[in-house]
Design a protein around this ligand. Structure first.
Ligand SMILES: C[S@@+](CC[C@H](N)C(=O)[O-])C[C@H]1O[C@@H](n2cnc3c(N)ncnc32)[C@H](O)[C@@H]1O
Length: 199
């Protein structure tokens, strides 16, 4: 599905970074190593590389990551990319100054495993930044997010608090906001936003 979507002309979620990431990225230690999970076509990874971070972008879609590398080259920066299912991807231990998860919706069992690895793989003072849709999004008119029947793909602040146990939350909130990201994320939307630090 994602290779097909990313084969369309243009960028599914635009070529500009996610608003929340753009507002909060500077909390990540300057020049550090940053892992972008489920990075798709690279808008967030390229933005962070342009701010001087060393970026690794992982996604299951080779088509998406090829576009990410092209976007990076156009902007005069480089990315390390890995095509992988997050179910098989090893985040390592004490590796990252920052981990970014923007609309990385996966089944709950995988998400729990992934977030447990996020906690173990952030260095001390490393920062985790996440924005994702909540179930309330299904009541709003905005376009984006997992299909309604995949309820366990949606996130909530209560559940993220559990999954990310060990990190200190700087921001942890469910809000409604207007999103305008390419043709697939548009309109009034319900999201959860997290910025959390490894002690
Ligand atoms: C809504 S898109 C978000 C892309 C990017 N984070 C952004 O904000 O532009 C979701 C992404 O998750 C990726 N994805 C979903 N399940 C995955 C998995 N199990 N392993 C790796 N990537 C996955 C898809 O390929 C897709 O690129």
């Amino acid at each position: 599905m994602w290779d097909e979507r990313y084969s369309e002309t243009g960028f599914a979620f635009g070529s500009q970074p996610n608003d929340f990431l753009k507002a909060e990225f500077a909390r990540i230690p300057k020049g550090g190593r940053v892992l972008c999970l489920a990075e798709g076509e690279g808008r967030n990874a390229v933005f962070l590389a342009m701010q001087g971070y060393q970026i690794t972008a992982v996604d299951q879609s080779s088509v998406g990551l090829e576009k990410a590398k092209k976007l990076a080259a156009e902007q005069g920066v480089t990315l390390s990319t890995t095509v992988a299912d997050l179910a098989d991807y090893d985040l390592g231990v004490n590796q990252w100054d920052g981990i970014v998860s923007i609309f990385a919706h996966v089944p709950i069992a995988l998400r729990e495993k992934l977030h447990s690895q996020v906690v173990g793989s952030l260095k001390s003072n490393g920062i985790f930044i996440l924005e994702s849709y909540t179930l309330r999004h299904l009541e709003l008119e905005g376009m984006g997010g997992p299909p309604a029947e995949k309820k366990d793909f949606f996130m909530s602040i209560d559940k993220l608090n559990d999954e990310l146990n060990g990190l200190d939350f700087i921001i942890g909130a469910e809000i409604d906001r207007t999103i305008s990201e390419g043709k697939y994320h548009q309109g009034q939307s319900a999201v959860v936003q997290v910025v959390a630090r490894q002690p």
